[in-house]
Design a protein around this ligand. Structure first.
Ligand code: GLN
Length: 502
């Protein structure tokens, strides 16, 4: 192992090298910086980097802490003191966060080093990074395709070995879907499990922060650091936090796994279906009992999600008025002109579409027909899950109905884009937890594109889905495969260090 190969490591492997003093935190930061400088030109995962601050922190890092000296990438919608927090929006282009989000405080307390902010769809609204107001992130498996979204920068960085692990946010699938499309692990915690203090709010009844990582163990390690009660977020649950990493290694005998019949919808790519069928068989062979289950209100989930998420977004985004922070239009005629032009010029088209939709569904005359009705259907969706979890320990489904799509393929029709959330948004509506783990590849145009399987667990049962995901991962090879950009560059790096005598 030479310094140049370090970025290929998992968080767990990196931490053990650091703890054994085989590498120093400073060497890790330098290796990561070199890697990002060569690779991120092609991937575009990062919006901002602060290696100067990271190097300083590395010098004083305590490697005996659980994540001591481990650099972690952060979606650019989570506040890191002194660093930009643009939400990939023009309206926050010049904004720097004045304080650390609670998750960042906790990562630092565990010894981790936040060093860079990753790209996203503007304000986390989207599934591909194509709605980013700054740039497009490419999928490390195939550069002409999207990495998924909205946490596409975090997913692509982990898949390209330009991050050991990353934080993302998931409102309707934005951790799990990009994890699936980029061939990595992504966990959406239970609503309220992780503090959102310092997260720029999109839809407050749905948003959660969670990890994107190379392995299930790494997701557990990051959860150990970030989960838990925070008096600064009133929605954060005051419930004991498990040692998620220590709980791994549990065998699956006696586990009841529900297969929802509604989750094999028309339009699901046949190669995705084949991979999920194989994953179900695999888990069955490991001892899990497979039980057919019904979540009868699934067909309404996407519609309900887009009513509630846009309603909440329209309220949350009202604060961006050019008065307190961020972009401000030049030479306004009067106050209304100031507000109007600031928002007209500062927000991108998808964000405007959502504010308009959200304002519409909340307006008097339409409130009962849309918002209130959607709340009622949300309750039915929640009940579907409660009933299912009386019979099974977890549910299994595809994460996304399709593998990574090409840039532009779904942008013309927003509905096509919205439909990619079909398997992920019900979990946000119900507040339960979910994880996506690599389970195979689709072959399209001669290219291999990752497929993810989703496991959903009842509220606060992260331990269980991590255990199932871990058992699956440890008996399959999918997570060991590297994206071509990671594989070729690693070989190149190894070769170079050999010729240098490293
Ligand atoms: N793709 C969904 C949307 O566009 C989910 C986004 C998210 O989870 N942040 O709203």
């Amino acid at each position: 192992m030479t310094a140049k190969d370090l970025p290929a490591l998992s968080v767990a492997d990196l931490q053990s090298l650091l703890r054994q003093r085989e590498v120093s935190p400073r060497e890790v930061i330098d290796a990561l910086q070199a890697r990002i400088e060569t690779v991120d030109r092609e991937i575009n995962a990062y919006l901002s980097l602060d290696f100067e601050a990271a190097a300083k922190e590395a010098e004083k890092a305590n490697v005996d802490l659980p994540l001591g000296g481990v650099p972690i990438a952060v979606k650019d919608i989570i506040s890191v003191a002194g660093q930009p927090c643009t939400c990939a929006s023009k309206i926050l282009r010049s904004y720097r966060a004045p304080y650390d989000a609670t998750v960042i405080c906790r990562l630092r307390a565990a010894g981790a080093i936040p060093f860079g902010k990753t790209n996203l769809d503007e304000f986390a609204m989207g599934s591909s990074t194509e709605n980013s107001g700054t740039k497009l992130t490419r999928n490390p498996w195939e550069l002409s395709r999207v990495p998924g979204g909205s946490s596409g920068g975090s997913a692509a960085a982990v898949a390209a070995d330009t991050a050991f692990g990353a934080l993302g946010t998931d409102t309707g699938g934005s951790i799990r879907q990009p994890a699936a499309l980029s061939g990595i692990v992504g966990l959406k915690p239970t609503y309220g499990r992780v503090s959102r203090f310092g997260l720029v709010a999109f839809a407050s009844s749905l948003d959660q922060i969670g990890p994107l990582t190379k392995t299930v163990r790494d997701a557990a390690l990051l959860m150990n650091a970030i989960a838990g009660h925070d008096p600064q977020d009133s929605t954060c649950l005051n419930e004991p936090v498990a040692d998620y990493a220590a709980a791994l290694g549990h065998d699956l005998r006696g586990t009841r796994l529900g297969l929802p019949k509604e989750y094999m919808v028309e339009g699901t790519d046949p190669q995705v279906k084949t991979a999920i069928d194989a994953a179900v068989k695999h888990l069955n062979a490991l001892g899990a009992e497979i039980i057919d289950i019904s979540l009868p209100h699934t067909e309404y989930a996407t519609a309900v999600y887009y009513i509630l998420a846009t309603a909440e977004a329209s309220a949350n985004l009202a604060r961006f008025d050019g008065v307190r922070y961020g972009y401000r239009a030049d030479n306004p005629k009067d106050l209304l002109d100031h507000y109007g032009r600031t928002r007209e010029e500062g927000f991108g088209p998808e964000v405007k579409r959502r504010i308009i939709l959200g304002t519409y569904v909340l307006s008097s005359g339409y409130y009962d027909a849309y918002y209130l009705r959607a709340q009622k259907v949300r309750e039915l969706i929640r009940q579907d899950f409660s009933r299912a979890f009386e019979r099974v320990d977890a549910l299994i489904s595809p994460t996304s109905p399709v593998p990574a799509f090409k840039f532009g393929e779904r942008t013309a029709d927003p509905l096509q884009m919205y439909l990619t959330d079909i398997f992920t948004c019900p979990a946000n509506l119900a507040g339960v937890c979910g994880i996506s783990v690599p389970c195979g590849f689709a072959e399209i145009d001669g290219k291999r594109l990752p497929i993810g399987v989703q496991l959903l667990g009842k509220a606060l049962d992260e331990t269980r889905i991590l255990q199932i995901a871990h058992a699956f991962e440890q008996t399959s090879q999918w997570h060991k495969e590297r994206a071509p950009i990671a594989a070729t560059l690693q070989t190149a790096l190894v070769r170079r260090s050999f010729s240098e005598g490293g």
